[in-house]
Design a protein around this ligand. Structure first.
Ligand code: FAD
Length: 512
């Protein structure tokens, strides 16, 4: 039998990769030969390992055995197949942009696929039109900031965003992707037409609501458990040119939520295109989210209001301006909206900014000496006043340690597709509360304690909160989290990732 002339080199590469991976890994997780095509792309040097052992939270640290820098989708497929075919499969986590806060993007003793190497190929975002549908085919590795720039250059835009755009498309679609547009358009996972996914068996599958719908529904909000998103077809609309951006302060919680809910229940774009809320606590300096919006001369008065009331509630809404709109009419519309609202008189401000300026309002700042003990919750509307008293006033205000923005705004259930994996409260309206703490390397524990106290209070008071970007570590907690969706979630895992290879950092099927 004739031998291929490349066989000896091929064999050496296989052995070398196996050797590198096995010698540095502390467990026997990577005991199988990896494909020679991956040899140059698999890194086991300390710099690569360290980069994949931490994330934005900077609290959980977990070392992989190797990091893959793929240059093609086939590279990822090869890696998944080798784990699937290995008698002892190894875990594989995708690192979209490493902005998890609890190690969800890590793979202890397994392989982290760092998607940033795919972003070097600049062809990851393609705008298309089909049967009157406008959409962009976007690589799962792409950042939303690049989706914004590419689509805006064509006068187009996705409809549903996150507050911060240096997040990957695959990463936010594995969670939900929420922001002030969610009340009107649903989360980002409600605005996807089609996906390409590499399953835990290494198969590349195209799926949509019509085609392989089970896989499509599983992956959206699926915490990376069923497949690796390599392409998402995202709905586009004509982009607004400008945004009328307004904020108004409330000293009274009931007034604040009543006015927020009026907008959400109406759900009409002629009232607002974006709605959020920000809380200010009487604990020192205001966050940049406040100082960057209001004129410096207004700040002393705002701070004095916070001192008086302990918590100041800030309603934030925007109205989009399209090319055909007349500015003064938009102003009149907004004045009409605020006319009936019960905000503190005089404490309202508005400005016109470009659409891109508005969407890029949260800067990309990273600081390795900080930690981020965040907590994001969904709270049923029927218990929101109890949450205000028991959590905002009795825990957060009294402990007086909160740093960083606290976001608080309502969402409506009917904009979420119940078939998808994401979990939300069982009420028409629910609130999101995001405690986006920043702390030092050594003092995140006090924030973690506060986060736990919030959960304990809600449990004891019977408030059925749902954690967004959940950080559970036991199967019992996950079963409770998914509730009635758990059986389907588990069955789909068995179908699409039967060897529990994908996203071990979520600690659902792999334990601590
Ligand atoms: C500063 C900041 C602001 C944020 N703002 C918002 C916000 O406004 N709204 C909001 O909804 N969220 C927000 N988030 C949370 C964000 O959505 C999550 O952190 C999410 O994980 C996206 O981050 P990432 O792209 O870096 O993904 P990673 O952290 O890298 O990955 C997250 C999870 O998704 C999996 N994953 C990543 N890529 C893929 C893929 N292609 N296919 C399958 N699985 C994949 C990973 O394995 C991991 O389990 C924010 C986070 C930060 C740090």
């Amino acid at each position: 039998m004739a031998k291929s002339p490349s066989t000896p080199i091929h064999l050496i590469v296989v052995l070398l990769v196996t050797y590198f991976v096995c010698t540095m890994g502390k467990s026997n997780a990577l005991t199988c030969p990896l494909p020679p095509e991956l040899a140059a792309k698999l890194h086991v040097d300390p710099a690569a390992i360290d980069s994949a052992s931490t994330d934005y939270g900077n609290i959980v640290h977990s070392k992989p055995a190797a990091v893959l820098y793929p240059s093609s989708i086939e590279d990822i497929q090869r890696l998944v197949k080798s784990s699937y075919n290995c008698p002892i499969p190894f875990g594989i986590s995708v690192r979209g942009n490493g902005h998890s806060v609890d190690g969800q993007d890590m793979a202890r003793d397994g392989v982290v696929v760092d998607m940033k190497s795919l972003r070097e190929n600049k062809t990851g975002i393609k705008i298309r039109v089909s049967k009157n549908h406008l959409f962009a085919d976007v690589g799962g590795e792409q950042l939303w900031i690049d989706v914004l720039h590419t689509t805006a250059a064509q006068g187009l835009s996705p409809v549903s965003w996150t507050d911060f755009l240096y997040l990957s498309v695959g990463g936010t679609l594995s969670n939900a992707g929420i922001s002030g547009q969610t009340f009107l358009h649903g989360p980002q996972i409600s605005n996807v037409y089609e996906l390409d996914v590499i399953t835990g068996k290494g198969e590349l599958v195209t799926c949509s609501k019509r085609n392989n719908s089970d896989l499509f529904d599983s992956v959206l909000g699926g915490l990376g458990q069923f497949g690796i998103i390599t392409r998402a077809r995202i709905a586009l609309r004509p982009a607004p040119t400008k945004v009328r951006w307004s904020r108004a302060f409330y000293s009274n919680f009931s007034d604040f939520i009543r006015d927020q809910e009026r907008i959400v229940r109406g759900g009409q774009r002629d009232v607002a295109n974006y709605l959020e809320g920000l809380l200010m606590f009487d604990n020192g300096t205001p966050t940049e989210w406040i100082t960057s919006f209001f004129h410096p001369t207004q700040l002393p008065q705002i701070m004095s209001l916070v001192k008086t009331y302990g918590i100041l509630y800030c309603l934030e809404l925007t109205k989009y301006h399209f090319i055909e709109d007349i500015e003064s009419e938009i102003d009149q519309d907004l004045q009409q909206v605020f006319k009936d609202f019960a905000h503190v008189p005089g404490f309202i401000d508005a400005k016109f900014v470009s659409y891109q300026e508005f969407l890029t309002r949260v800067p990309n700042v990273e600081n390795e000496s900080q930690t981020h003990p965040w907590q994001n919750l969904f709270i049923p509307q029927s218990r929101i006043s109890d949450f205000n008293v028991g959590v905002l006033r009795d825990i957060v205000l009294k402990r007086n340690i909160t740093t960083g923005p606290v976001l608080f705004y309502p969402l409506n259930r009917h904009k979420w597709d119940a078939e998808l994996s994401a979990v939300i409260p069982d009420e028409d309206i629910f609130y999101t509360a995001s405690f986006l703490h920043t702390s030092g390397i050594d003092n995140w524990q006090v924030y973690d304690d506060q986060n736990k106290a919030v959960i304990k209070f809600c449990e004891e008071a019977g408030i059925k909160i749902v954690k967004y970007l959940a950080d559970y570590t036991t199967i019992e907690e996950w079963i409770k989290h998914f509730g009635s969706k758990w059986t389907t979630f588990r069955e789909r895992k068995a179908q699409y990732d039967p060897k529990n290879i994908l996203s071990p950092g979520q600690k659902i099927f792999n334990g601590v």
